[in-house]
Design a binder for this molecule. Structure first.
Ligand code: NAP
Length: 403
C-alpha cells in the first residue's frame, strides 16, 4: 500500500467520525422520521389546492405548482388524442422526453438528420424509419406539436429551413428559453399564429428518463411565449407531465433562460469547479498531499456533506458536523459570500445582456465544436485534482470503473 493510500484511508476514517455527530435528538430517529422532524418544526409547509394546481408558500412567497396527479394517463391520452408529437432532435432531452411520452401512450415521431448519430440511436431505441422516425422536415410536416429539442446552436442554424413548416394550428415547444428570448442573436422568431410554450426539465435528459422509469418525476419549469388558442398553458402542463415531469413550476421564457444560464455557469458547474480547484491548490501549496487535498475538498463534499444538504438543508448539514467545524463555517460563510457576490452580479449581467448567448452560439456553431470541447474537458481531466480523484474513487467499496 502506498503512503498516499494509507493517508487516504486515514482521512476517510476521520471523515466518517466527523459526520456521524448528528444532533442528539435527531440521531435516534429513522431517516423518514428525521426528515419529518426537520421539515415540520421550523419551516411549516402550507398549501392550498385548487383543481389542477397548488398554491404553495415558498419561504413567504406564494407560487403556483402544477402536478402530475392531476393528469392521469387516461386524461393525457384523451387530451392529446388528435395530436402527433414531433420530437425534433434526439439528444439528451429528446431521447428522454420522447420515450416517456411514448410510454404514456401518446403518438410520438422523431425528426433527426438522416444517418447521423441520433438517427442510429433512435433506431436502437425502437423508432422505425418511415413509421416513427423521419428526416427533420418530414417530421415537422407530420407533427401537430413540434418539440424543438435540437441543441440550442442547431435551433438557430436550422431555423430558416424549419420556420416555414411551422404552420397555423401547430404548437411550437421548447425545453429552453434560449432561442426565442435571444432572438436578435439566434434569429428564431416564431410565426404569429401558433402557440409557443416551454417545458424545461431541471436535470439532464437521462435523469428525465430514469426518474420516469422509477415511477417518479422530475421538476420542470413551464412557460408560455405566445398563446393563440387560449390553451397554451394547459398544453404546456399536459406535455410537461407527458414527458416525465412530477411537478411543474410556472415561469417566463426570460426568467427560465436567465436562471438556467446563470446557474450552470455559477454554482452548478463553473463556480464549483473554480471553488474546488482554488481550495485544492492552496492545500497543495501548503504541503498537503494530493489525497488529503482531494478528500478534504471534493470527496467529503460529494460523498458526505452535499447529500445532507440535498436531503434536509444547510442547517442540518452544519448540525451534523463537529462544533469546531460549525463555528468556523459560520464565521467564514459571510466572507465567501461577500467575495463571490460581485462575481455572481457580473455573471448575471453577462447572461442578461446576451454576451453568454453570443459566446455559446459562436463556439457551438464552429465545425470543430465537438473536438474543441473535448480538448478543454481533457484539460480538466488532466488537472492534478481530478487525477488524484480517480485514485480516491477507485478505493470506494462500490468502485466499478476508472475513467
Ligand atoms: N441536456 C440538458 O440537461 C437539458 C436540460 C434542460 C433543457 N435542455 C434543452 O433541451 C434542448 C436540447 O438539448 P440536448 O442537451 O438534448 O441537446 P443535444 O444532446 O446537444 O442534442 C443535440 C441534437 O441536436 C441535433 N443536431 C445538432 N446539430 C445539428 C444540426 N446542425 N442540424 C440538425 N441537427 C443537429 C443532434 O443530431 P445529430 O446526432 O444528428 O448531430 C441531436 O439530435 C436544448 O434547448 C437545451 O437547452 C437541455
Amino acid at each position: 500500500m502506498s503512503s498516499a493510500i494509507v493517508r487516504n484511508a486515514t482521512r476517510q476514517a476521520a471523515r466518517a467520525s466527523r459526520v456521524v455527530r448528528a444532533p442528539t435528538a435527531a440521531r435516534s430517529l429513522s431517516m423518514v422520521a428525521r426528515a419529518t422532524a426537520v421539515q415540520s418544526k421550523p419551516h411549516q409547509v402550507t398549501l392550498s389546492q385548487a383543481r389542477g394546481m397548488k398554491t404553495m408558500d415558498f419561504a413567504g412567497t406564494k407560487e403556483v405548482v402544477y402536478e402530475r396527479s392531476d393528469w392521469p394517463v387516461e386524461k393525457l391520452q384523451e387530451y392529446f388524442k388528435n395530436d402527433t408529437l414531433a420530437m425534433i432532435g434526439y439528444g439528451s432531452q429528446g431521447h428522454g422526453q420522447a420515450l416517456n411520452a411514448r410510454d404514456n401512450g401518446l403518438k410520438v415521431i422523431i425528426g433527426v438528420r438522416k444517418d447521423g448519430a441520433s438517427w442510429k440511436e433512435a433506431i436502437e431505441d425502437g423508432w422505425v424509419p418511415g413509421e416513427t422516425l423521419f428526416p427533420i422536415e418530414e417530421a415537422i410536416k407530420k407533427g401537430t406539436i413540434i418539440m424543438n429539442l435540437l441543441s440550442d446552436a442547431a435551433q438557430s442554424a436550422t431555423w430558416p429551413d424549419i420556420a416555414p413548416l411551422i404552420t397555423k394550428g401547430k404548437t411550437l415547444y421548447f425545453a429552453h428559453g434560449f432561442s426565442v428570448v435571444f432572438k436578435e442573436d439566434t434569429k428564431v422568431v416564431p410565426p404569429k399564429d401558433v402557440d409557443v410554450i416551454l417545458v424545461a426539465p431541471k436535470g439532464s435528459g437521462r435523469t428525465v428518463r430514469t426518474l420516469f422509469k422509477e415511477g417518479r418525476g422530475i421538476n420542470s419549469s413551464i412557460a408560455v411565449w405566445q398563446d393563440v388558442t387560449g390553451k397554451a398553458k394547459e398544453k404546456a402542463v399536459g406535455l410537461g407531465v407527458a414527458v416525465g415531469s412530477g411537478y411543474l413550476y410556472e415561469t417566463t421564457f426570460e426568467k427560465e433562460v436567465y436562471s438556467d444560464l446563470y446557474g450552470e455557469r455559477g454554482v452548478l458547474m463553473g463556480g464549483i469547479q473554480g471553488m474546488f480547484k482554488a481550495q485544492y491548490e492552496v492545500l497543495r501549496a501548503n504541503g498537503h498531499s494530493p489525497s488529503e487535498a482531494f478528500n478534504e475538498t471534493v470527496e467529503e463534499a460529494t460523498q458526505s456533506l452535499f447529500p445532507l444538504i440535498g436531503q434536509y438543508g444547510m442547517d442540518y448539514m452544519y448540525a451534523a458536523c463537529s462544533t469546531t467545524a460549525r463555528r468556523g463555517a459560520l464565521d467564514w460563510a459571510p466572507i465567501f459570500e461577500a467575495a463571490n457576490k460581485p462575481v455572481f452580479e457580473k455573471l448575471y449581467e453577462s447572461v442578461k445582456n446576451g454576451t453568454e448567448t453570443r459566446k455559446s452560439l459562436e463556439f457551438n456553431n464552429r465545425k470543430t465544436y465537438r473536438q474543441d470541447l473535448e480538448r478543454e474537458l481533457k484539460e480538466i481531466n488532466d488537472q492534478e485534482i481530478w487525477r488524484a480523484g480517480k485514485t480516491v474513487r477507485a478505493l470506494r467499496p462500490d468502485a466499478k470503473r476508472d475513467d
